[in-house]
Design a protein. Structure first.
Length: 101
């Protein structure tokens, strides 16, 4: 038995390390950065105003492109949420409350 055990090998799953939902004029802008090891695939966003789904979008990410920016035309103030998923796994929800939900 070795005196010092071998290091444990592990890999962290894909995760969102930075995400922000902001208003830019009449649009909502969501920026996200994905970290960790992952197979190339689509980062998907689903937009909501309160409980009402507004739409979806996706962008292809691989090791050379880990950042994504999404835009949604939303001229009216609302209680906005966006969920980010990668490979069918929900990673993060971000919110922008301009009115009470």
């Amino acid at each position: 038995m070795p005196v010092i055990p071998r290091p444990v090998e592990f890999s962290l799953p894909a995760r969102v390390t930075n995400a922000a939902l902001v208003r830019d004029g009449s649009a909502l802008v969501l920026r996200a950065v994905i970290e960790g090891q992952f197979e190339p695939g689509y980062l998907a966003v689903t937009w909501y105003d309160d409980a009402r789904a507004l739409g979806t979008d996706s962008v292809y990410l691989d090791a050379s492109g880990r950042e994504a920016t999404f835009r949604l035309d939303a001229p009216e103030p609302g209680a906005y949420r966006a969920t980010l998923s990668f490979g069918g796994t929900l990673l993060r929800q971000v919110e922008l409350y301009e009115v009470q939900p």
